[in-house]
Design a protein around this ligand. Structure first.
Ligand code: NZQ
Ligand code: ZN
Length: 368
């Protein structure tokens, strides 16, 4: 167990009918709200009016910034920063999934500085005192609702880059599992893959020898995510399945799983971000195409940990390490296929000829 400090400032308000409390919670931070949301799902499923009613009942002024696209872009962030400065916004509220929340985070950081917001992503500037951010989560996936990370695509440079700072942690996030009933099967599955990948990145790249607490915590999250996803795909309105999926996805990337692991990497994400930047694939779909290949590569170097994963998550009985590791990878790949998340490059519709370009792109990101 390595030394660590774990401090997560986000207040989580979890459960049924919690969106009604948004206005009262947000009013603590001021009167003027920049409301950031996606391409329209919240207008179709009724969440938009719940949010608007709650903010108006609390006497707050709403400035709209709707239209965030999946794999959110720098251009849209810059427009949001202009709005935030023009209207002297007090709090930025994200209603959506990771793309919306990350956009809100970038706006909140860029709205209080004179330099371009991309300087935070290129490492040229540090994040000082962003505007307060709050979230209403509508998709169980990224974990952005309870961490200080943000990932934005610079469409001019063809780069998708993440950066982070504890000050970007939302002040509060409302997690109502009912808000995810309308998530379609593909994004239910992609979100589960993303959450699983957040644990795998730490599980396989940590270097310490005494990681049994974190290992079993992550193994439990993975088992629960697969079970909950299967149930939510069978019945999208299964509240318990949606609640378990939502809370596991948040726990998978809020600092708890990696506490005490010391150094950890994010290699599968580095590769996937290049794919999303260049080919605009859904983040979770890109990951399910990367994970099996990356795990087979890793099994050549570190069969023991992959064999442990196989034995504990999939009850693989094979005696030899390599055999168990390969069977575990096959079982995980079979689950991706079962939930219709692509497991190969071809499955994503990306031509193999682009492999070198993607390798360069992901290496460039890793150096930033
Ligand atoms: O745009 P709308 O119309 O809202 O539709 C969205 C979008 O098409 C839809 N959706 C969301 N909630 C819904 C819904 N549809 C029906 N009912 C609902 N309740 O789902 C689609 C995908 O939304 P998006 O926000 O893109 O998905 P996700 O939450 O997976 O976020 C992906 C982004 O998160 C970043 C990724 O890079 C990607 O850009 N990540 C952020 C991280 C972080 N900040 O810590 C870490 C992650 O590894 C990840 O990289
Ligand atoms: Zn991810």
């Amino acid at each position: 167990m390595e030394n660590f400090v774990l401090e997560n400032p986000t207040k989580i308000i979890f459960g049924r009918d919690t969106i009604a409390g948004l206005g009262k919670e947000a009013a603590v931070f001021g009167q003027k709200v920049l409301l950031v949301y996606g391409q329209g799902s919240i207008k179709k499923n009724g969440i938009y009016s719940e949010v608007e009613n709650s903010l108006q009942a609390a006497g707050l002024t709403i400035i709209q910034h709707g239209g965030v696209k999946s794999n959110p872009t720098l251009a849209f962030v810059r427009k949001g920063i202009e709005l935030a400065k023009l209207h002297e916004i007090d709090v930025v509220i994200a209603v959506g999934g990771g793309s919306v929340i990350d956009t809100a985070k970038a706006i909140s950081a860029g709205a209080v500085v004179e330099h371009d917001v991309w300087k935070f992503f290129s490492g040229k500037k540090g994040i000082s005192s962003p505007l307060p951010i709050a979230c209403v989560l509508t998709l169980a996936a990224s974990g952005s609702e309870m961490n200080g990370g943000m990932v934005i695509t610079n469409e001019e440079k063809g780069l998708k880059v993440g950066t982070g700072n504890k000050k970007l942690c939302p002040r509060f996030s409302i997690l109502d599992p009912g808000a995810t009933f309308s998530v379609p099967p593909d994004y239910t599955a992609y979100g589960a893959v993303d959450a699983i990948s957040h644990t795998l990145e730490f599980y396989f790249t940590c270097r310490g020898d005494n990681t049994c607490v974190q290992d079993r915590f992550m193994e439990g999250l993975i088992i629960n995510i697969m079970e909950a996803c299967d149930k939510a795909l069978l019945d999208p309105h299964n509240y318990s399945a949606r609640a378990n999926l939502m809370w596991c996805a948040t726990m998978a990337l809020n600092g708890w799983t990696s506490a005490g692991l010391g150094w950890v990497g994010f290699p599968m994400h580095m590769i996937e971000h290049a794919m999303s930047a260049k080919h605009d694939v859904p983040h979770g779909a890109g990951l399910s195409a990367v994970i099996p290949a990356w795990m087979r590569w890793q099994a050549e170097r570190q069969p023991a940990k992959i064999a442990q994963f196989a034995r504990r998550v999939f009850n693989i009985a094979a005696a030899d390490e390599k055999g168990a590791a390969m069977q575990g990878i096959e079982r995980l790949t079979a689950w991706f296929t079962q939930v219709h998340s692509p497991t190969t490059y071809k499955g994503l519709g990306i031509p193999r000829t682009t492999i070198n370009e993607l390798a360069e792109n992901s290496q460039f990101q890793a150096k930033i």
